[in-house]
Design a protein around this ligand. Structure first.
Ligand SMILES: *[C@@H]1O[C@H](CO)[C@@H](O)[C@H](O)[C@H]1NC(C)=O
Ligand SMILES: *[C@@H]1O[C@H](CO)[C@@H](O)[C@H](O)[C@H]1NC(C)=O
Ligand SMILES: *[C@@H]1O[C@H](CO)[C@@H](O)[C@H](O)[C@H]1NC(C)=O
Ligand SMILES: *[C@@H]1O[C@H](CO)[C@@H](O)[C@H](O)[C@H]1NC(C)=O
Length: 494
């Protein structure tokens, strides 16, 4: 059996691994035990859909929303090093490169760089044909697992296991930094978990523990950062609240970054509404590889009522672009009463222009895509980039915890605090006090009116003056009505 060749990682938290990692980390002295990586937001260009995994839990297809972006990181692979740019993904766990000799690169589409094993003296095939990852939009990458040198953020790992996409229709690779249990070959039952990037960084002594912090920065900003084995206390407003990660429904083990979303409140100048969902408390996956967020239908219809969102003729959520200027936010609460709260301003949820309204009350206005969508029936709930930009998130794969705080935008100073050791608790974090009682105090019913809606849907300048239910999308008006309200769109800009 091929899989015997792969070193067995076992559970990250198993004592055997902890002992092994501990030895490696002390042998090779890293001054701070932290690795910093700059990431850039890249627009989705060329009409190319953004990727979404099909295997496992998430099957939504993302359409190509102009100016939504993927977060990209620069890496070097092989000896001598070949430079590539990979899409960062917390929702998957393999690093993979597109092969220079693949059909798609031969067509000249691989502008983010590609990898040619023939040009690397340190390349070693690990498992031929056993790398295979598929996405919901029917794109996929298939090839080999291999080992080679890998440089990121100034650190060179001598021997990282990666995938190579030989047969693929995707013109760039991904950098998955999730749990080894979520590696594509593991999900397919072909291999045992291997040490992926966050684990290998510890094993080669660059970092103290298997954890990383992510600061995506504001929608208007093009760069953020990821910090392995450390946090940057200048990038958020305390408290940094620690939460338990939960297994998602298709598994008894934790292999994704799912936290308990326990409340959602709409706040604007005209009022405050506690929104409800029969799905509360819901396991929401923090996924930087997803540009939009996906929530239950009952919650989404209330959000749309608040923010004046209607569905266009493709069934995608849209709203007048000038609602971006509305002062108001959605407060996401996690881990029960007194737990983490992240406020997401409407300006962070109004994405790129998709066309103009014709007829109806928005006649002639430009329509923009909205960044929260209804999760597929039976699909996972996902907090993607439209949520994550407003959050400072620390992912701790050893203690199976995440910490959340309100992100600060455009901060230029830094104050990095390393994790002290393998299995150390997230620095500067405090536990959510009522996590054990996550079920308590949850609102499951729809509010009877939407007091916050008036100011959300008033355009810039008029916001303060329009108090009271201005738009008539009031309680009990369900999604179906909002669909019919959607004025016909013409001339979609694609
Ligand atoms: C790598 O070498 C193999 C065998 O010589 C060859 O078939 C393949 O085309 C080469 N790949 C590239 C990208 O040059
Ligand atoms: C690299 O790691 C693999 C296992 O992942 C191992 O089989 C191989 O011997 C290692 N190579 C080097 C040069 O250390
Ligand atoms: C952050 O910087 C970008 C430009 O780099 C700017 O458009 C945006 O408004 C800034 N955000 C805040 C909150 O200051
Ligand atoms: C939408 O309207 C703007 C002016 O408000 C115009 O510049 C633009 O061309 C229109 N777009 C389409 C697709 O009709």
């Amino acid at each position: 059996m091929k899989s015997r060749n792969v070193p067995k990682l076992g559970l990250l938290a198993s004592l055997g691994l902890l002992a092994r990692l501990g030895t490696a980390a002390t042998e090779s002295a890293a001054p701070e035990g932290v690795v910093h990586i700059g990431i850039q937001r890249r627009s989705a260009v060329d009409g190319r859909p953004l990727l979404r995994r099909a295997g496992g839990t998430i099957t939504e297809r993302l359409d190509n929303d102009i100016r939504q972006g993927a977060y990209m990181a620069d890496v070097k692979v092989g000896t001598p090093p070949q430079t590539l740019t990979l899409q960062l993904d917390t929702g998957s766990s393999d690093a993979w490169m597109v092969y220079t000799g693949s059909a798609i690169c031969k067509k000249g589409e691989c502008s983010d760089g590609s990898f040619d094993p023939n040009e690397s003296s340190t390349y070693a095939t690990l498992l031929k044909d056993d790398f295979s990852i598929a996405y919901a939009d029917k794109t996929s990458a298939k090839g080999d697992y291999f080992n080679d040198a890998f440089t990121i953020g100034g650190s060179t790992l001598k021997n990282l296991t990666m995938g190579i996409g030989i047969d693929t229709d995707i013109p760039y690779g991904l950098l998955g930094v999730g749990y080894p249990a979520n590696e594509a070959g593991v999900r397919a039952g072909k291999i045992q978990p291997y040490s992926n990037l966050p684990v290998q960084m510890v094993e080669e002594g660059f970092t103290n523990t298997v954890a990383f912090s992510m600061w995506l920065n504001d929608l208007e900003s093009s760069s953020g950062s990821i910090l392995f084995s450390g946090i940057d206390t200048t990038k958020y407003t305390p408290p940094l609240t620690r939460l338990t990660l939960y297994p998602t429904k298709d598994s008894s083990t934790i292999h994704e970054f799912a936290v308990a979303l326990t409340s959602l409140t709409a706040v604007s100048k005209s009022g405050t509404d506690r929104l409800g969902s029969t799905s509360f408390p819901l396991a929401a996956v923090l996924d930087a590889g997803s540009t939009s967020s996906y929530l239950p239908a009952d919650l989404v219809s209330q959000i749309y009522a608040e923010a004046g969102v209607t569905l266009d003729d493709k069934g995608s959520p849209a709203l007048p672009c000038d609602y971006r200027a509305a002062a108001g936010y959605l407060a996401f609460g996690f881990g029960g009463p007194g737990g983490a709260v992240v406020n997401v301003g409407l300006s962070e949820l109004v994405l790129g222009a998709v066309g103009n309204y014709t007829g109806g009350k928005h006649d002639g206005k430009t329509a923009c895509r909205f960044g929260i969508r209804t999760a597929q029936e039976g699909g996972s709930f996902v907090l993607g980039d439209t949520f994550l930009r407003s959050a400072y998130v620390v992912y701790d794969l050893i203690n199976d915890q995440a910490a959340l705080a309100q992100a600060k935008f455009n901060v230029t100073e830094t104050n990095v605090v390393p994790f002290a050791s393998l299995s150390a608790t997230i620095p500067s974090s405090t536990p959510a006090p009522n996590e054990a009682k996550v079920q308590e105090g949850l609102v499951t019913a729809t509010p009877t009116s939407y007091a916050a809606a008036a100011a959300f849907t008033a355009t810039s300048g008029a916001a303060a003056g329009r108090v009271g239910g201005g738009r008539g999308l009031l309680g009990g008006v369900a999604l179906a009505v909002m669909v019919s309200v959607g004025a016909g769109f013409v001339g979609f800009l694609v």
